[in-house]
Structure formats: C-alpha cells, structure tokens
Design a protein around this ligand. Structure first.
Ligand code: PEP
Ligand code: MG
Length: 774
C-alpha cells in the first residue's frame, strides 16, 4: 500500500523539478522523498559519465553531504557500480558482506548495512544509480526492489536531462583539463560529408551555451529603451537572415527563423523581461534570466521538437543580449568556424550554412543519418568521431578537418598544414579534371547508359548540372518535410518541385513520394513508438494511412510536372494491392485537378521502387502494372539479408554482392525486360563501379546516384566492354558463395579502382539512411 502511494507521488516529479531552484536542490528533494517512502535511512543518487566510465555521487540523504561530487566509482565498482554494469538491482543483506562491497572512508555509511542499488536506465543509455540503505535489521524485500525499480524508471528521463546540465556545468567549472586533452592531436573519424576546413573551433553544447550567456560580462547599466532597441534590431537581423537563406535554400530553409520571430512576438517572453526591467533589473540580466527559464523548460522535454526550440531560444537570447550591450564585435556567429558539437538539429545546419560555417565535427559518435545528408547537400565538410573530450577544447583552438579522409588534426603543426595544403592543391586540380565529363555515356562497344542524379536538396542541383546528369532518377522529397516544423502544404511543395523541374528542362524527373519512418522521423508528427521502425509504419505504408498527406503531395507533383517528363515513384511497395492503391491516388488526383480546371500533367509515368523481397516472386505481375522499376538496393539488401542498414555491428553482413542479392536482382531485371519497362538503379549500388558490369549485364541502362559520383561512374562505363560484362554476369549468377563472387569481381577490377574491397568502407552513402555507416 505504502509503495502504491509512492508511485503516485513520483508521477508529480515534473512539478518537483519545476519547483526547484537548481538541479542540485531537485536531486536533493528526490533522495529525501525516496528515503522517506522506502523507509530507508539513506538514499543517494549517482549519475554516470559515459565518457569517463565513472559514477559520481550527486545527492544523498543520510550520508556525509561533503561526499557529494567527491565520491566516484568506476563502472562495476562496489555494489552501486555493479548494479549499473550489469543493469540489475543489487542487494546486500544486513550482517552479510556482498563480494562487490567497497568501503568508502568518510561517508559515514558503516551503520547502514542493508543496501539496495537500482540502475537508472533510459533506452540503452546508462543514466545512473539510485540507492537506499537501512540499518542491518531491516533488509530490503522483493517488494522494495520492485518499488525502487519503478521509481528509477520514472526518474530516468528527467535525470538524464539533469545529468546533461550538471555534467556540462561541471566541465565549465574546471575549464579544460589540459592534461587530458594533450593527447588529442590527431583523430580518425567517419566521413559524413566531404571537404576540408582549417579554422578556429566553435564548441556548441546545449548546456554550455547557457553558461556561455553567463560568461558574458555586463559592464554598463541599461534601460527599457535599450531593450526595445535591441528587440527591433534583433527582429531586423533575423528577417535579413531569413531572406538570405531563403534565396539560397528555398526548399529547406522554409522559414527556419520563424520560431525565433514568434518568440520575439510572444508577450509572455517579452513581457517577463520587461517586467523584470521595470523592477530594476539590468536588461541584459533580465534577458538571461528569462531565457534560462525557457531553455531549461524546453531542454527537459523528451520531445525532440521541443528540445530543438531550446536551441532557437538560446540563439535568440544571445542576439538580444549582444544587441543590448551593442557588442556587435562578439556576436555569436559560425562564420569561418569549425563547429564541434554534441548534437545538432537540422535547423542548426541551415543556420550554420547560412552564416558560412567552415566545417562540422560531431563529437559523440551517433548521428541520425539525415544530418549527414544535409551536411553533404549544404556542402559543409563533416566528420563524426566518438570523442566527447573534443567538447572540452578551449574556444578557438585550431582544427584541421580533412573530411575526405575523416581526419581531424587539433592545433596542427606547420608541417601538417603545409603538407595538407599541397595535397589539397593536387586534389583541386583533380577535381577540376573530374568536371570535364562527356555529355553522354556508352560502353566501349556502344551500349548507351544514362547517368542520372539523386537529389536530396535543391542545392544538389548545381553539382548535378555541372556533372551533366541526364535527368533526375530520384528526388527524395523527405527533406522539406524533415527540416520544417510542420507539414509543407500543397502549394509549398509545388514551388519546390517546380524549381527542380525547371532546372532540368526536357529531362526525365523522377519524384518519389514521402519515404518517412525507419530512421527518418518528423519531429512534429506524433511519434509512434515502434520496436522495429524499419519494419513498421514506414514509407508508402505511412502515406497510404495518412492519405491526405499523400494526396497533397501527388497534387503538387502533378501540377509542377505540367509539360515535363514527370515520373512519380512509390517507395517500399510490397504487394500488388498496395501498388494499386497508390496508383489509384494518382488517378483520383488527376481526375480532381481536371474537374477543378487546374493545369497539371495528366500522363505521368508511375513506377515503383524495388526494395522489398516480396516483389521478386511477383516481379512479372508488378511489371505489367508499372511504367518503370527502380532498384532501391540500399533497402533491398537490408530486407533480403535481414541486416539493419544503420547498425554498424552487423555492417560486415551488409553485402551488396551477396549471391542471393545478385540472383534476386537478375530475376527482377528479367521481368522488367520481358515487360519492356524501364529499369534503373537508384540505391548506392549505382555507383559501385565494381558491380557496374553486373548491372549492365542484367539489363540496367539507367543509373542514378549522388552527383559527386557521376564522373567516376562515367569513366567506368566508357572503359567497359558490354560483351565482357555479359560473360562476367553469367559467372556471377552461377556463384553461390560470397567469396566466389569476390574472386570473380577481383579479376575484373575496372581501371582506376583500388583492388581492395567491393564495399567502400566509410564512404558517405547516398541515401538518407546508412549515411554514416562504414
Ligand atoms: C534505397 O533504398 O536504395 C533508396 C534509394 O532509398 P533510400 O536510400 O532513400 O531509402
Ligand atoms: Mg529506400
């Protein structure tokens, strides 16, 4: 009964947080509540530092308060460390000594032998440990353990946020541990977006950002007039930025500063600052204080969309602050900086790009794959490295970023810089040569191959045109959706698609309907928790379920495609019925537009991506109903081989040249040839030049890829003999082991291709997913 009451109390935890003046008081309130409800003499919270593999005592009720922040335990050390290591509750009965027990001098725990430690875990991340201790006579029962587990799970979310803030503040207090950074000279990371940068750093860390605001000195006394002046100056700056970025990135930018501008107009925000000023608080101080409350409230949220708002608010507060003190010289800008960040939002990328950021280092490993694609589309060199210590680098340290190789040099020596410059000159020359592409591609014996571009953002178009692509084989329509803060309407989508179509007059343009789900999430759409999102409500399943979204998109496509060679492509089709339902939507939209007398393309090609293995057996049936097939090999391989394309642990099992993949693709290609429909490849296999002979051998004549790969593939096509390709294909289809396939491919390495492995380890994938693998 007592424990039931406890759970109810803990559901109020957010109120406790909101009511606490600081994180420390919040934690203290928690341990006091736990001790009371568990009828324990002691309760403590330890938070875990992932980077240091270390637990730190952050609050205690009943032990020596001086021990807070001092007592540290390694993962696995003591009863507490063991609970976190093994992710299970650990108990010690009074009068017994657990084999893992570790006596810590000076914390006065000698009398409290009954011990219970419960891990606090959120998803897969270790947050910390909650402990309770009683005197020897009063052991913890199974019921107590259950109750503590329930509390720990209720606390996990909020403690993770607290941990983030505390951890960062902790780092700020001891500015940078130079000694622990001294070995940070060279780091090897993962290439996420190619390019180079040699520039001073700008560390972006949410919690740190807040403190950054606090480090700014306020020298003068200001009044309400200064605040109002700053308000309108900030508004002016943001509108100018919005216009600039809108011109450069029309599809993606979609009003990224609107939320800033909205906050500026929010009476509660502005009113709260004005009220403080009227009470006699210096305006910069008032901005800081109100902004802090908002930022804290936002960053506590588990909703990524709200979290993103915290960074908007921080940015806004910095602008307001600088404008009040007219400190224009030190405006927080990313121009010419290499940003070192813990995590960034798509809107951060757009802002950084608009300000002319030199490069980005993501310093804590995992990054959602669309960020890599975004960086690449915005041409921001980016490397991902799992080295959180980089976040502790002093501001303006010099970083040399070679995102072509994934190399990061911290404060490089002159020799490194000059060697790098020389290599870079040679590279630029090679790049210029690359641009000299032939307008058409054919094999040595005259088989015509069409090289098309995959486009993620309209900015990719420039390069695609420089590379003389023969059309757009895949426009991933997700980006305008991912980047915005709500669904773009039909009209907004029309504008984007029309720009794309007008940029490639007379050329085939393939627009794919929304391929959301899997690891591509819309922050503004209520997230359904799915155990296996790649097998869940993804792609065509999502759009057929939310038909209004599909209808708006298809209408925009049809209208934009007026007079063009428009193709509409459906992703992730797995059954004939599904494809028919998708086609019906196009038919209905055409009928409606005709009735409404709205100009549109009434005869688009309607095709499908081959990404799901169920298509293989039904390929002839599908081919009779589709105008074209496009082989989405990224997903096809993942689904056929049951290997998650974003999971590095099984990266070695993701084998594009697996015999089952090759044979299945051949069967699909045969069906396309029999039905005489167009067959293209738009997955990453399209730029895998070692598999080029195979693709041509099975009948593929259209290859669509990220523009950057076009020169390499054209060279390989021009070098190839179609007859040899046919012979090799026959042998590949007969092979039934991966090693045999590899031997055959090794014998026929195209000129200019390294003889190592087929899969380009660490190469930036073209797709939104898997963009950081390798
Ligand atoms: C694919 O799956 O091969 C493909 C091109 O789609 P995406 O990479 O966008 O999932
Ligand atoms: Mg796909």
């Amino acid at each position: 009964m007592e424990h039931m009451k406890l759970l109810c109390d803990f559901s109020e935890i957010n109120w406790v947080f909101a009511d606490s003046a600081s994180i420390e008081t919040f934690l203290q309130k928690i341990v006091t509540m736990v001790a009371k409800h568990m009828q324990a003499h002691v309760s403590s919270i330890y938070l875990y530092d992932e980077a240091e593999h270390e637990l730190t005592l952050r609050a205690t009720q009943g032990l020596n308060p001086d021990a807070v922040n001092r007592v540290k335990l390694r993962l696995g050390e003591g009863i507490t460390g063991l609970a976190l290591k093994e992710l299970r509750p650990v108990t010690q009965r009074g009068g017994e000594v657990h084999p893992n027990y570790k006596a810590i001098p000076g914390i006065f725990e000698e009398n409290f032998e009954s011990f219970l430690a419960v891990p606090i875990v959120r998803g897969v991340s270790r947050v910390g440990v909650l402990t309770a201790q009683r005197v020897r006579e009063r052991n913890f029962t199974d019921e107590d353990v259950m109750a503590m587990r329930a509390i720990a799970s209720q606390l996990a979310n909020i403690l993770e946020n607290a941990k983030l803030l505390m951890g960062l503040e902790g780092k700020l207090l001891s500015p940078t541990r130079e000694e622990s950074l001294s070995d940070l000279k060279f780091l090897k990371g993962k290439k996420a977006a190619p390019g180079f940068a040699y520039a001073p750093t700008r560390v972006v860390d949410r919690g740190r950002g807040l403190s950054f605001l606090y480090r700014r000195e306020i020298q003068g006394e200001y009044g309400i007039e200064d605040f109002r002046r700053a308000l309108s100056a900030t508004e002016q700056q943001l509108s100018t930025l919005q216009t600039e970025i809108g011109e450069r990135l029309s599809d993606a930018a979609s009003l990224i500063f609107t939320s800033h501008l909205l906050i500026l107009k929010d009476r509660r925000f502005v009113g709260a600052i004005e009220e403080m000023i009227e009470e006699g608080i210096n305006p910069p101080e008032a901005v800081r204080s109100v902004a802090e409350k908002y930022v804290e409230a936002f960053s506590k949220s588990s909703d990524p969309y709200i979290k993103e708002k915290a960074s908007d608010l921080l940015d806004l507060a910095l602008r307001l602050f600088s404008n009040i003190i007219e400190d224009t010289g030190e405006v927080y800008t990313f121009r010419g900086r290499v940003v070192v960040a813990r995590d960034l939002f798509p809107s951060d990328f757009l802002r950084m790009s608009s300000e002319g950021v030199a490069g980005i280092v993501m310093a804590t490993g995992g990054v959602t794959s669309h960020l890599s694609i975004l960086a690449r589309s915005l041409r921001i060199p980016m490397v991902i490295v799992d080295e959180p210590r980089l976040l502790g680098l002093p501001e303006s340290s010099l970083l040399l970023l070679d995102a072509e190789l994934g190399n990061i040099y911290v404060n490089p020596s002159e020799e490194v810089v000059s060697a790098f410059n020389k290599r870079n000159e040679a590279r630029s020359k090679a790049d210029a040569d690359k641009l000299r592409m032939e307008p058409v591609s054919h094999t040595r014996d005259g088989v015509r191959v069409r090289l098309l571009a995959n486009i993620n953002l309209l900015t990719d178009l420039d390069l695609a045109r420089e590379m003389k692509c023969e059309g757009i084989g895949l426009y991933r329509t997700e980006f305008p959706f991912i980047i915005r803060s709500d669904f773009p309407c039909e009209e907004e989508q029309y504008v984007v698609y029309r720009k794309l179509i007008e940029a490639c007059p007379g050329k085939p343009i393939t627009l794919r309907t929304l391929d959301i789900g899997g690891d591509k999430v819309l922050s503004y759409f209520p997230r359904i928790r799915e155990q296996n999102p790649f097998l869940g409500l993804r792609s065509i399943r999502f759009t057929l379920k939310h038909k209004d979204i599909l209808v708006a998109q298809v209408r925009a496509m049809l209208r934009a495609g007026k007079g063009a060679d428009l193709r509409i492509m459906f992703p992730m089709i797995s059954s004939i019925e599904e494809f028919r339902r998708a086609k019906d939507v196009v038919r209905e939209c055409i009928a409606d537009l005709t009735k409404e007398k709205v100009e549109h393309n009434s005869k688009p090609g309607i095709g499908m991506m081959v990404e799901v293995p169920s298509v293989v057996d039904l390929a002839d049936d599908f081919a009779r109903q589709a105008d074209f097939f496009s082989l989405g090999t990224n997903d096809f391989i993942q689904y056929l081989l049951a290997v998650d394309r974003t999971n590095e642990k099984v990266g070695d099992l993701y084998i594009p040249h697996h015999p089952a993949v090759l044979r299945s693709l051949k069967r699909v290609a045969d069906a396309a040839l029999r039905a005489d429909i167009e067959l293209s490849v738009c997955g990453d296999m399209a730029h895998d030049v070692r598999l080029l002979p195979f693709l041509l051998g099975i009948g593929v004549r259209h290859l669509s890829m990220a523009p950057v790969y076009l020169p390499k593939v054209q060279r390989a096509v021009l070098d190839l003999s179609y007859q040899d390709a046919g012979e090799l294909t026959g042998a590949l289809i007969r092979a039934n082991e991966v090693r045999e396939v590899e031997r055959l491919l090794d014998k026929t390495v195209p000129r200019g291709v390294p003889t190592s492995r087929v899969v380009e380890a660490g190469v930036v994938h073209d797709g939104l997913s898997n963009a950081v693998s390798g």
